[in-house]
Design a protein around this ligand. Sequence first.
Ligand code: FAD
Length: 356
Amino acid sequence: MYDYLLIGHGIAGAVLARELRGRGHRVLVYDEPRPDTASRVAAGLMNPVAGKRFALTWRAQETLPYAVAYYEALNQEFNEDFFQNSPILKVFGSEEEQRQMLARAAADPWQGFVEKIETAPIVRPGLLAPHGGAWLRGGGHLRVEALLAALAAEGRPAGWLREETFSWEALVSDGTGVAYPPGQVRARHVVCCQGAGALAGPHFGWLPLTPNQGAVLDVAVPGLSAAQVLNRGAYVVPGGREGQFRVGATYRWPPFPDNPGPADQRELAGRLAALTALPFGVVGERRGVRPAVRDRRPLLGRHPALSWLSLFGGFGSKGVSLAPRLAAQLADYFDGGGALWPDADLARYYSLYIAK
Ligand SMILES: Cc1cc2nc3c(=O)[nH]c(=O)nc-3n(C[C@H](O)[C@H](O)[C@H](O)COP(=O)(O)OP(=O)(O)OC[C@H]3O[C@@H](n4cnc5c(N)ncnc54)[C@H](O)[C@@H]3O)c2cc1C
């Protein structure tokens, strides 16, 4: 008898599985090993500041330091460099942006994430930053695909990960838990960590979860400084190998076009060209679907009618920075030791649920 059956081993399922296993629970994870999941294509950026208005991201102080410590511990455990706490240079596009940032940076709690603001042109190999920029700290970037592969390489032989498609139709529930397929695997609780795939299942279609398609480009820019992440319109994340970077990302709501590649390439290449005057070549393109939520907050917690079922998802474009802290919170909640943040608890949408 398992304590938890998790469906999905993207960043959400992987981090939650680790949290629950670390607390001594018996966990079994099902994951369909597709190359194009949001987690596998993500650039892995953890950015404390989002958008042109330099807004601090949601609950940055509660989630980001936690995520940094979490991924640094994984680096140590695997003796790898999955996570890099590189500075992020938010390049100003104009003097007006520069003024806005200076005004914002003076206010707490924002300033904890600002290392330095430069108003003069910034000179770095290959960089175009005539209006200066803000150096942000407290974030970084994670090689998500590599981390998931390392975790899966442990989970397969240990037996806690099965790389199979989970079929909700074969799940049978009774008063004490679930059986899947009936008679073979039994568990007390099931957690859906399917990302945007949760919409295709039978139990969470009533939530305001919307698929959002995004693409990143892998580019070679010989000579461009890799000492920082660049951010202006797009982000440019060092790719691990000399001269390689990942540029992201596009955002597209349904209906998705049949051939988004050329438009995505044009958009991202144009944004990269605004950050560097160096010639670059596109070496790859990755595309996935984010699990976005109407109010741009994650979704975690119990199903309103099925006590054996929970969801851990709705991470939109922020899964890397949010998953560790929220996995710990959900595990506390399961263990009876804590409440969920009301603005992340899926109970905020219970009124949308109509029992079948
Ligand atoms: C182009 C792009 C760039 C991004 N860049 C960033 C970034 O820089 N920083 C950041 O924080 N976020 C980024 N994101 C967002 C980030 O990828 C998501 O927030 C996060 O990956 C969501 O994780 P998840 O585990 O909830 O979902 P997913 O990654 O979609 O994982 C769900 C898993 O469930 C599995 N699954 C689904 N159905 C089944 C089934 N029936 N049976 C078995 N397994 C199943 C899937 O195969 C998958 O492995 C980006 C997204 C995209 C698309």
